[in-house]
Design a protein around this ligand. Structure first.
Ligand code: SF4
Ligand code: SF4
Length: 485
């Protein structure tokens, strides 16, 4: 619920000068949105916090702003496609508008965004439109879907405005049948069948067993794919794209687990690690997918979780665990790919032959593991990847800029699966330029979407003569495998 108030009325009610109220509003201490007639709109919870701070009984006759109710009614009407129900309490545009109201229109966000100017997209414009209450128009245009949710804009924002949250909130309010089809289909299929591509359980298990047998015959004697092993230390999720089209990619990790003598397992049910509810702004779907992982952890009594799919899978799952299942994080540990590889290396569980990798190699920082994890969880994975690279290769270079200032490859935020291929390619020009200038021959990534974009789009469109490898592929190729029976 939101209220319409005047500065002088609030000043009188709380016994402070009008300028004090204005200062609170300008600094964000009191989140408020400008409204016609020298009025402001404030949320009920912010008004109640103010009352509590001044020990005042809240008024019950403040005017309620009718447009907000109208907006919500329209949004509810637009989000009726079953079985997905958007949670308008947690995905509320008004929350984003409150942040937007402190925008100084400095333009730093627009300068930082590689997509500024494409089809009129400009993060500053989006923030201003949200602040001015032109949310409906924003919901119906494609800007929030062309944005990769990379966070480079908000990293440069002096007012710390949460632009990524605003973009995701706009996605959340889009009518479900107007969400880019591949993304919505992935979410719906995952909710109905347990994975984004609807792979049947029997086919999945058969493939995993066959691949395990092949690995045992070629390089890891005695290996058998561990499925539903109760009490295994580590639960590993799977990106449905791998069993569907790139099954060999799974075995990079399997070789590492074999070498490290890890106790690990894959669940036969709800094994999907990617979470496209994060992309579509559908918090209910996102929560369900995270909850399935929690259920698998409990059912199989595992102590640690690894999501090797993609940067967004780690970010979305960790965010979902912290938001909806914080008690589960007391029961088990969540590893990023960097944490686990580094743990194996520092505990001398792997023997690495650096001579395998001789080409000039560089690391592409993932937005989700890096900049966004830094902001959301207080730690960005920058140095860990570089330590792993140094362990495996002697010939290393850097992309400039890097770490939290790095450019997104252009495929984040679900962009790899949307129909906006031209925009995605244009977005990636900065990444292509960075790679060309570095003269790197191998680009190492930690995310499936980054790999696809670099290998299948940027290398072709910008004539990059590069190999693209996962960081676990780099480690796996340099392994000296133990001799087991
Ligand atoms: S960087 Fe922040 S304050 Fe500056 S225009 Fe963008 S959103 Fe507004
Ligand atoms: S693409 Fe990245 S920099 Fe541009 S608006 Fe989206 S999050 Fe911000």
């Amino acid at each position: 619920m939101v209220y319409e108030v005047k500065v002088n009325e609030l000043a009188e009610e709380f016994g402070v000068h009008r300028n004090t109220i204005r200062n609170w509003i300008n600094s964000g201490t009191l989140p408020a949105q400008k409204a016609p007639g020298r009025r402001y709109v404030i949320q009920q919870e912010d008004y109640l916090k103010l009352c509590e701070r001044f020990g005042r009984k809240p008024k019950n006759d403040l005017p309620i702003r009718p447009i907000e109710n109208e907006f919500k009614e329209n949004a509810v009407k637009e989000s009726t496609s079953p079985p997905i129900q958007l949670n308008l309490e947690t995905a509320d545009l008004v929350t984003a508008v409150d942040f937007a109201s402190i925008c100084t229109t400095c333009g730093s966000c627009a300068s930082a965004c590689p997509l500024s100017g494409v089809d009129g997209l400009d993060p500053r414009k989006i923030v201003r439109m949200a602040a001015l209450g032109i949310g409906k128009e924003l919901i119906n245009i494609d800007w929030p879907w062309k944005c990769t949710l990379c966070g480079r804009c908000e990293e440069s924002c002096p007012m710390n405005i949460n632009i990524v949250k605003l973009m995701r909130t706009l996605r959340a309010h889009r009518q479900r049948n107007k969400v880019p089809h591949p993304l919505q289909k992935g979410v719906t299929t995952c909710l109905e069948k347990g994975n984004n591509l609807g792979i049947p359980k029997d086919d999945f298990i058969e493939l995993l067993h066959d691949m395990g047998t092949e690995l045992a015959e070629t390089s890891c004697p005695g290996f058998a794919t561990p499925i539903d092993i109760r009490g295994a230390r580590l639960l590993v999720t799977v990106n449905s794209k791998e069993p569907f089209a790139q099954p060999d990619d799974m075995s990079w990790w399997w070789r590492i687990f074999y070498a490290a003598n890890e106790s690990w397992t894959i669940s036969s049910e709800n094994w999907e690690g990617v979470n496209w509810g994060f992309y579509t702004g559908d918090d209910n779907a996102m929560k369900t997918i995270v909850e399935r992982i929690v259920d698998n952890m409990e059912r199989l009594n595992c102590q640690a979780l690894l999501l090797p799919e993609c940067g967004h899978a780690y970010y979305a799952t960790r965010y979902g665990l912290e938001r909806w299942f914080p008690e589960s994080l007391q029961k088990f540990k969540i590893y990023s790919v960097f944490d686990l590889l580094l743990e194996y290396i520092t505990e001398n569980k792997l023997t690495i032959n650096q001579a395998v990798h001789t080409k000039l190699t560089t690391l592409h920082d993932s937005c989700n593991y890096g900049r966004k994890s830094l902001k959301t969880f207080g730690h960005g994975y920058f140095d860990e990847g570089r330590t792993i690279l140094k362990t495996c290769c002697s010939n290393i270079t850097e992309l400039i800029p890097n770490k939290k200032d790095n450019y997104c490859c252009g495929a984040g935020g679900g962009a790899w699966a949307t129909p906006y291929a031209a925009e995605r390619t244009y977005f990636g020009r900065e990444k292509a330029r960075q790679i060309q200038q570095s003269e790197a021959e191998v680009v190492v990534v930690s995310c499936h979407s980054c790999k696809d974009q670099l290998e299948k789009t940027l290398a072709r469109e910008f004539n990059l003569n590069i190999e693209v490898k996962y960081i676990w592929e780099l480690v796996s190729q340099a392994l000296v495998l133990p001799e087991k029976v």
